[in-house]
Design a protein around this ligand. Structure first.
Ligand code: UDP
Ligand code: MG
Length: 331
């Protein structure tokens, strides 16, 4: 940080700024500049992760890397998703602390000093939006998500925590290396340590480009949390199925013995199909989440990097992947 008064909180240790980028050509350079303005005279490195962008993101990142030795980057073979992108960044961070910033800098980098100031004695500090500047649907959805996760399912996630966070690299890497079936950083931190906290930070509307997280992804991600970190949904589904099956039996007996008229009996049976199918759907989701014993596919594959990437993280290791005349390397 430019403000050396904050350094004792990180015990003077370096920071890896991890920036996941998917089609952020309009934003990466501004993000880079904001970080340099804030951390310019600090021990800092960048880890840009190009998540299979199809716009000009990668060439810009290459250019930044060619001009500034503090810029390290990974570029994926395709779009693997937000969680994969930041996980790779955490995996290859080399400084003791990871500062996660999104490429659109909806959390201004200048707010990072609040995370740093709260970091003494902590393993992770999460930014919480004072006022969220996102569309209504997102804000309402997030509220429902936190309500379901924390109150109904009893999943411990730091209240209001976002991806704007400062985490000890060892902890971040430990979580990535767990290779959970439903990777979920926010919910995993409290399972590993109680030394985490939250701090209020400013949030802005996206200035350029549009959100890269669509509704389908958000719903799938939430379900991954609900079934991956709690058994309560499964228990409720089992109970619902049991009760519905019991009632169906009574309705069927009623029909057979003539105590219930046939139309009423069929109606009751049809109505009972709804909770039964719902219970089945939840059960199937658990089976999918837990997996069928098949080896899990890798979370991501790297095509190009100026970092020494583990061979297992490369899809192809042939020289044919070397970008021509770009200065980037695939190793
Ligand atoms: N992102 C990514 N891969 C994806 C989707 C998003 O690396 O498949 C990046 C994106 O470029 C941004 C960050 O993840 O830097 C957060 O995405 P976004 O700002 O679109 O999310 P939102 O602010 O709408 O939650
Ligand atoms: Mg954003």
């Amino acid at each position: 940080m430019t403000n050396t008064a904050h350094e004792p909180d990180l015990a003077g240790q370096g920071v890896s700024v991890v920036v996941p980028c998917y089609n952020e050509a309009d934003n990466v350079e501004d993000a880079y500049r904001q970080v340099v303005a804030e951390f310019g005279d600090h021990d800092v490195e960048f880890v840009f992760v190009d998540d299979g962008s199809t716009d000009g993101t990668l060439p810009i990142v290459r250019r930044l890397a060619a001009a500034d030795p503090r810029v390290r980057y990974l570029s994926f073979t395709r779009n693997f998703g937000f969680e994969a992108a930041f996980s790779a960044g955490y995996r290859y961070a080399s400084k003791p602390w990871v500062l996660h910033i999104d490429a659109d800098v909806q959390f201004p980098v200048a707010e990072a000093h609040k995370l740093v100031a709260a970091s003494a004695g902590q393993d992770a500090v999460f930014g919480v939006r004072e006022t969220r500047h996102d569309p209504f649907v997102r804000r309402a959805g997030a509220r429902a998500y936190h309500l379901v996760a924390r109150r109904l399912l009893g999943i411990e996630i730091p209240p209001g925590a976002t991806t704007f966070r400062l985490v000890r690299t060892e902890l971040a890497r430990r979580i990535v290396d767990l290779r959970l079936g439903t990777p979920y950083f926010l919910a995993t931190v409290p399972r590993l340590t109680n030394r985490y906290t939250t701090v209020a930070v400013e949030h802005r509307a996206r200035a350029r480009g549009s959100s890269k997280l669509n509704l389908r992804w958000l719903v799938g991600h939430a379900m991954g949390l609900f079934v991956g970190f709690s058994n309560r949904l499964a228990s409720v589904a089992a109970l619902v199925a049991l009760v519905a099956a019991g009632l169906a039996l009574v309705a069927a007996l009623g029909g057979v013995t003539g105590l219930l008229d046939p139309v009423g009996g069929v109606t009751v049976l049809l109505l009972l199909l709804v909770p039964l199918l719902a219970a089945l759907a939840v059960t199937v989701r658990y089976v999918v989440a837990v997996g069928s014993g098949q080896p899990r596919p890798a979370l991501y594959y790297v095509r190009e990097s100026n970092i020494d990437v583990e061979p297992a993280d490369l899809l192809l290791t042939t020289a044919a992947l070397e970008p021509v005349g770009t200065g980037g390397r695939a190793r």
